[in-house]
Write a protein that binds this ligand. Structure first.
Ligand code: UGA
Length: 449
């Protein structure tokens, strides 16, 4: 099929590349000249495992093309994806201006061409309930072009987006037109393993499904983070509780890992938006409010723990921060726990050294020379009073900890992701503070004393 993707950001590029890889002809429209040049040069502007290779393969075969000419790109398109950003406004509501102007531009282009066949306009961007219906009504007034609108929320995770796109748990399509539903069924056919995984529903249900999914996952994390306070109060272990409840088929094990709070470009934005969407129908959503409060408090609690357990005043202390990305396998720092934690540490007068395998350049734009930057975790820990681990990069679990301990002023690790092995910490002489788990004492130091 002929597919156009308007907006080659994260979602647009992954979706376009994956659709090209299953045989569709995909044209990506990108207005940002710098990003377009990168794409036309055959490079992937973002770091996402597997994307660069798949993109290059389909770009060189011509299955995937890029342009800034929206008019030419929509000419033969049967399906047009709108993948532009819907960022939060300062008051937490959603900024719809990019989506509205992209839709208008597409319609103007379609109207000028007097196409007789139907084009399906697909809203991939996360939008408040009611947006697709409004967009459809707006287009009916604005254009003589034969268009249908469907909502097709995305459920990709950064770090595994290509896999999530090619092996989806479910494909949700919201709309009112059986013809458009059939078009989407045809588009996604190679990815549909079981018929019940392709779901059609009303626009509003699809829109709210996206917010509900992210809020539910964020709620699970915040619930577990809240439980870490009880675990620390009673000497219980949150990891045992995770296994204990995750094995219940009704609960399941996913998204129950406690730590110093969730981040990223999605959970914080979508949970905040859900609060506003609730207010718009006169409901004060206390539950959604609590998810966010717990998340914010958890980062502060992590820094308070450092302050209490450091064994020296935090003002003037040197803290090594390992991990700046909001999670492993990405260079994305949006709403990353490290942003808050580093700010709190600096405000308390600590000196911060920081490192990350992928996200350091992005974080440098934020903290510039307020932070000392280190190329790797070993040199980052050198001469510091403690390590604060904030991203669960797998390579941080296999470091030469004994060597690292010997170079620190005091070998203490505060693990904000609960990803290090307790036995390794014990055997390498660290004082180890995870979240909601019993402390590992520095027995080597005790033995020496
Ligand atoms: C999330 C959803 O998982 C995707 O389904 C959705 O499509 C996407 O948002 C979106 O709306 O676009 P993403 O933000 O890429 O994906 O990352 P996640 O893997 O969900 O992680 C989000 C945050 O939760 C990270 O900071 C991670 O460290 C944290 N997390 C995750 C935990 O603290 N504990 C867990 O058990 C899992």
């Amino acid at each position: 099929m002929d597919v156009t993707i308007v907006g080659c950001g994260y979602v647009g590029l992954v979706t376009g590349t994956c659709l090209a890889s299953i045989g569709h002809t995909v044209r990506g429209v990108e207005k940002d000249t710098k990003k377009l040049k990168t794409l036309l040069d055959g490079h992937c502007p973002i770091f996402e495992p597997g994307l660069q290779e798949l993109m290059q393969e389909n770009y060189s075969s011509g299955q995937l093309q890029f342009t800034d000419n929206i008019k030419a790109a929509v000419k033969d398109a049967e399906v047009i994806f709108l993948c532009v950003g819907t960022p939060p406004k300062p008051d937490g509501t959603v900024d719809m201006s990019f989506l509205e102007s992209a839709a208008k531009e597409v319609c103007d282009a379609l109207a000028q061409q007097n196409n007789e066949y139907m084009a399906t306009l697909v809203v991939k961007s996360t939008v408040p309930a009611g947006t697709n219906r409004k967009l459809y009504n707006f287009l009916k007034q604005q254009t003589s072009a034969y268009v249908q609108v469907v909502s097709n929320p995305e459920f990709l995770r950064e770090g595994s987006a290509v896999k999530d796109c090619l092996e989806p748990d479910r494909i949700v399509i919201g709309g009112e037109s059986p013809e458009a539903f059939r078009m989407m069924r045809r588009l996604y056919d190679p990815l549909i393993k079981r018929e019940e995984n392709f779901m059609t529903m009303a626009w509003e249900s699809a829109e709210l499904t996206k917010y509900a999914a992210n809020a539910m996952l964020a709620a699970r994390i915040s619930f577990m983070n809240e439980m870490t306070i009880l675990c620390e109060g009673y000497g219980a272990d949150i990891e045992d509780i995770r296994k204990g409840i995750g094995s219940d088929g009704r609960i399941g094990p996913a998204f129950l890992r406690a730590g110093c709070g969730y981040g990223g470009s999605c959970f914080p934005k979508d949970v905040a938006a859900l609060e506003h969407i609730s207010k718009a129908v006169g409901h004060d959503n206390l539950f959604v409010n609590a998810i966010q409060t717990v998340n914010k408090n958890q980062k502060r609690r992590f820094v308070e723990k450092i302050e209490q357990k450091l064994g020296r005043p935090i003002a003037g202390a040197k803290i090594a921060v390992w991990g700046l990305a909001f999670k492993a396998d990405t260079d994305d720092i949006r709403e990353s726990a490290a942003l808050d934690v580093i700010r709190y540490l600096l405000d308390k007068g600590a000196k911060v050294k920081a490192t990350d395998p992928k996200a350091m350049e992005n974080m440098k734009q934020v903290f510039k020379d307020e932070v000392e930057w280190s190329a790797d975790p070993v040199s980052c820990a050198n001469g510091t009073d403690a390590v604060a681990l904030l991203t669960d990069w797998p390579q941080y679990t296999t470091l030469p900890f004994r060597k690292i301990a010997a170079t620190m002023n005091s070998p203490i690790i505060f693990d904000g992701r609960n990803c290090l092995h307790r036995d390794v910490m014990r055997e390498t002489g660290f004082q180890y503070y995870p979240m909601g788990r019993p402390v590992v004492e520095n027995t080597l130091r005790l033995k020496r004393a």
